[in-house]
Design a protein around this ligand. Structure first.
Ligand code: TXA
Ligand code: MG
Length: 329
């Protein structure tokens, strides 16, 4: 199969046709690229799992246009959820509701809930308006690989396997949406992201952070898996001195090490090969995945230093960094 990357206004008709035929189409969102299929079509949804090599117990998010009436898919919502939708949607917030089972049973993998997202990227909104269907979509990367933030990243993982990638440019958010459980009295964050705990608490009155207890199957099954890993060796340090030693050791062995650190640490590594994560949480979110993918091409060993800043969006950035580098916290 030939995989086309299309941008501008040149993809609408083809995207609609492919989705109606049960094909899978990749599309831009404000967080990362998605791998989308008609959420009502069992065969199309199963195709997503096999293309990604995704475990069969890791449910998908359903993406809808901003004018879509979500009461067609869910069994009611608490008042805090309605307030959150009003405050933050369209945007990088996925909300988990009790499902009424209208979409393919493969979307939620046997859970009685449904995750719904209204992306804000104009490209995603145009796509959802054109197809006029709820679209089940995970991030458009092979399972365990780094999420894609450009059309080229999607191409690198799925060339020859999907017919169309809708190119909306680089994703400005850079890490996946916040996943929020809205089935209880208080909203619970299942996956941290660009809509922060503070932002949710401000509107909902309070917000908990869900952590699976030892031995318990997590509520958001995806969080149980290793994730976002670059295909080069990695090392992670809280101390710049230790990172420096590790870098020189790799160099001594004949390898090509790169450092990954926040902007404030650059002077500590002058003269070395360094990727600059950025200054703020938002910048670090935007840069992280592109740098992990770049390291796969350029580095034998990627040596990261833990950023100092931890508040707000950094909670999501640190979660992805720790998962990419296999850091247990
Ligand atoms: O920003 C994003 O959310 C991107 C773009 C494409 O929209 N999508 C994305 O999808 O990151 P994915 O499949 O890579 O991650 C979805 C996460 C997984 O951790 C999954 O377990 C969780 O959402 N999830 C999906 N449905 C759920 C449900 N019903 N209950 C709990 N967690 C759910
Ligand atoms: Mg993913």
């Amino acid at each position: 199969m030939k995989t086309e990357i299309r941008s501008g206004g040149d993809w609408h008709e083809a995207a609609k046709r492919y989705i109606e035929e049960g094909e899978v189409v990749a599309f831009h969102t404000e967080t990362v690229y998605g791998l989308g299929a008609n959420a009502f079509d069992d065969g199309a949804v199963l195709k997503i799992f096999s293309l990604k090599g995704r475990p069969a117990d890791n449910p998908l998010i359903v993406h809808v246009h901003k004018s879509y009436d979500i009461s067609r898919l869910i069994d009611g919502e608490p008042s805090y959820a309605a307030a959150l939708r009003k405050a933050y949607l369209p945007g990088p917030l996925t909300m988990v509701y009790p499902s009424i089972g209208k979409v393919s049973k493969y979307v939620s993998c046997g859970l009685n809930t449904l995750a719904i997202r209204v992306p804000s990227s104009p490209c995603a909104q145009e796509f959802l308006r054109e197809v006029n269907l709820p679209i089940a979509a995970p991030s458009a990367n092979l399972s365990k690989h780094v999420s894609p933030v450009t059309a080229q990243h999607v191409y690198d993982d799925f060339a020859g396997k999907i017919p169309l990638i809708i190119d909306g440019g680089a994703c400005q958010g850079g890490i996946e949406s916040t996943v929020l459980d809205c089935t209880g009295d208080v909203p619970k964050i299942l996956r941290e992201g660009l809509v922060t705990r503070e932002m949710i608490a401000k509107v909902a009155g309070s917000c908990e952070l869900y952590r699976a207890k030892a031995g318990e199957k997590p509520k958001s099954p995806g969080m149980a898996y290793q994730h976002y890993s670059p295909r080069c060796r990695t090392a992670y340090f809280s101390s710049p001195e230790k990172a420096r030693e590790c870098y020189f050791e790799e160099q001594k062995q004949g390898g090509s090490p790169y450092l990954l650190c926040e902007n404030a640490l650059l002077p500590a590594f002058s003269g070395l090969k360094v990727y600059d994560l950025g200054k703020t949480g938002e910048e670090m979110a935007r840069n992280l995945y592109a740098l992990l993918r770049r390291a796969e091409r350029e580095a034998t060993l990627l040596v990261a230093v833990e950023p100092k800043e931890h508040g707000g969006v950094m909670a999501g950035v640190l979660n992805r960094l720790h998962r990419a580098f296999g850091v247990i916290v």
